[in-house]
Design a protein around this ligand. Structure first.
Ligand code: BGC
Length: 393
C-alpha cells in the first residue's frame, strides 16, 4: 500500500526534530544509548539521517501499560519516529501501578533526562512523580492523559477528548429513530481525567436526546437522576462514572455488561444503543450484548482504531471507532521536547486546568470511523496496512 504524502511530511518533520533532539543532548549524564543506530530499512523513503556519534539520553518516555493495544501502539509509533532518525529514547511501562510509574521516572531522572514525556496511570497519583522530575530541572510533558493537582506540568500533548465523546454520542444519535431507544452507558477509569472529558463530550450530545425521549437510559440510576441536566459538575459526572466504569479493563467491562443484561428486562433490550468508551471495552461489551438472545441489534461506539476493532467494524461486530492518529501525538510530543531542549516554548492553542494550574496544550483533531469510511480513514491514510485485515470493504 503506497503511503500518502502527508506521512512523508510528518516523517521529515520528525527526523529533523529528532536530529535536533540528539544534537541538543547534554554532555554529561549516563552512558550514551548503545551506538547511535543508523536509519533502518523501515525508514524507507524518508531522507537519510545520521544521529550524532555521541548522543545522550535526553528524553525519557513513560507509558501506562502494555496490557492494552493502545499503548503498544504508542510505543511502536515512538520507536518508528525515533529509530528513523537513528536516535534512542528510553520507553518504560508502568503496568497500571503508580508506584512503578514513580520508580520509572526516578530511574530516568537519575539517567539524566532533560525532558520527561509521561502518560499517567492515575492522574492525581502521578503528581508526585512529576514533582520529582521538576525538582531535578526536568521539563514534564503530560502525554494523552493530564497529570492532576500539581504545578509540575509544563505542557500537555493530547487529542480533543471532548470531541471524542461527542463523536461517539453523535454516532448513536444519527443511528436512532423514533423514541424509547434503550441506551446503555459505559465509561473509562475514574482515575483518568480523559474518562471525564469523553463522558462530558458524550453527555452534551446525548442529554438533549434523552430529554426528548429518543433514548431511555437503562443501566444507571445515577444518570437517570441527572438526565434533565445538560451541564454536569465534576462530582455529578463522578457519580455516573462510578456506576458505569469499566476501569479501562476488558474483564470489568464484560462483567458489568453481563450484570446489566441480567438485571434488564426483555423490554429493555431489543435494538439497543451503547456508549462504550474505547475499543478494548467496546469489544468486550459488544460480545456480551451479542450473546444475549433478547438483543435484536446493537450500535456500539469505541475509540483508538485498534486493529482488533477495525476487524470488528469490518465484520459488523463494532459500529464505530474514533481514530486518534497517534503519529500526530508522537510528533507533537517530540516537537515539544525539542523545543524545551532548545530553550524554546512549544506551541499552545488551549489550556487544560489540572486542579492547580492551566496547563498549556495543543489538542489534535479526531476522526469518526465506521464501515463506510474505514478504508479511506485507516488504510489509505497509511495508519494500518490492508494486509492486517480480512474482508475490507
Ligand atoms: C486514552 C484512550 C485509551 C484509554 C485506556 C485514555 O486516556 O485517551 O485512548 O483507550 O485511556 O487506556
Amino acid at each position: 500500500m503506497k503511503r500518502k504524502s502527508p506521512f512523508y511530511v510528518l516523517m521529515a518533520v520528525l527526523i529533523t526534530a529528532v536530529m535536533i533532539l540528539g544534537a541538543c543532548a547534554p554532555a554529561a549524564t549516563t552512558e550514551a544509548p548503545a551506538g547511535a543506530t543508523k536509519a533502518p530499512a523501515a525508514a524507507t523513503e524518508a531522507p537519510a539521517a545520521t544521529a550524532p556519534a555521541e548522543t545522550k539520553l535526553a528524553v525519557g518516555i513513560v507509558l501506562p501499560t502494555k496490557d492494552e493495544p493502545r499503548w503498544i501502539q504508542d510505543e511502536t509509533r515512538f520507536k518508528d519516529a525515533l529509530t528513523a532518525a537513528g536516535y534512542e529514547a528510553e520507553i518504560l511501562f508502568s503496568q497500571g501501578d503508580s508506584a512503578k510509574e514513580k520508580a520509572n521516572v526516578e530511574s530516568l531522572v537519575t539517567k539524566g533526562v532533560k525532558v520527561l514525556i509521561i502518560c499517567p496511570q492515575d492522574g492525581s497519583a502521578a503528581a508526585a512523580a512529576a514533582e520529582t522530575a521538576r525538582a531535578a530541572g526536568v521539563k514534564v510533558i503530560s502525554y494523552d492523559r493530564l497529570i492532576l493537582d500539581t504545578e509540575a506540568v509544563d505542557y500537555y500533548v493530547t487529542f480533543d477528548s471532548l470531541a471524542v465523546g461527542a463523536a461517539q454520542a453523535q454516532y448513536l444519535v444519527d443511528k436512532a429513530t423514533g423514541t424509547g431507544n434503550p441506551l446503555y452507558l459505559y465509561a473509562g477509569a475514574a482515575t483518568d481525567n480523559n474518562a471525564f472529558l469523553f463522558f462530558q463530550g458524550a453527555w452534551n450530545v446525548l442529554q438533549p436526546k434523552i430529554a426528548d425521549g429518543t433514548f431511555v437510559i437503562k443501566n444507571s440510576n445515577e444518570a437517570v437522576a441527572l438526565q434533565d441536566k445538560l451541564e454536569l459538575t465534576r462530582d455529578e459526572q463522578a457519580k455516573i462514572i462510578g456506576q458505569v466504569t469499566t476501569n479501562w479493563d476488558f474483564n470489568t467491562a464484560k462483567n458489568l455488561a453481563e450484570a446489566n443484561l441480567t438485571v434488564a428486562k426483555t423490554a429493555d433490550k431489543g435494538n439497543v444503543f451503547i456508549l462504550a468508551p474505547n475499543d478494548g471495552t467496546a469489544r468486550s461489551i459488544a460480545d456480551a450484548f451479542a450473546a444475549d438472545k433478547d438483543v435484536t441489534s446493537y450500535v456500539v461506539t469505541g475509540q483508538d482504531a485498534e486493529k482488533a476493532s477495525i476487524q470488528y467494524i469490518i465484520d459488523g461486530k463494532q459500529s464505530m471507532t474514533v481514530l486518534k492518529d497517534v503519529r500526530t501525538l508522537v510528533a507533537d510530543a517530540i516537537a515539544a521536547a525539542v523545543a524545551y531542549l532548545e530553550g524554546k516554548t512549544p506551541p499552545q492553542t488551549n489550556t487544560y486546568n489540572n486542579g492547580k494550574i492551566d496547563v498549556p496544550a495543543k489538542p489534535s483533531e479526531v476522526i469518526s470511523v465506521d464501515k463506510a469510511n474505514v478504508k479511506a480513514a485507516v488504510i489509505d491514510s497509511g495508519y494500518w496496512p490492508a494486509s492486517d485485515f480480512t474482508g475490507l470493504p
